[in-house]
Write a new protein. Structure first.
Length: 70
C-alpha cells in the first residue's frame, strides 16, 4: 500500500506527507500541552493547562493536520 500512495501522488501532482500519529490524542491542539496518557474509554477531556474541551478523535485529527503542514 505504501508504494501505491507515492505513485498516485506523483501521477496527480500532489505531495505525500507521512505523519506519525504517536501522542496526537494526548497533546492539546489549542495550547500544545501534553495532557498525559488516558485509557481508551475516555473519549472527551478538558486540557488542564488551557481549559479547552476536546473530543479525543477530533483533537488527534487536528494535531495530525498541524504536523502535516508544519
Amino acid at each position: 500500500m505504501t508504494n501505491f500512495l507515492p505513485y498516485k501522488c506523483d501521477w496527480y501532482g500532489k505531495k505525500l506527507v507521512i505523519v506519525s500519529p504517536h501522542y496526537t490524542s494526548q497533546i492539546c491542539s489549542a495550547c500544545g500541552e501534553n495532557t498525559g496518557q488516558k485509557p481508551l474509554r475516555i473519549r472527551e477531556f478538558t486540557c488542564p493547562h488551557c481549559g479547552t474541551r476536546h473530543d479525543r478523535d477530533i483533537n488527534a485529527s487536528i494535531n495530525i493536520l498541524n504536523k502535516a503542514f508544519a
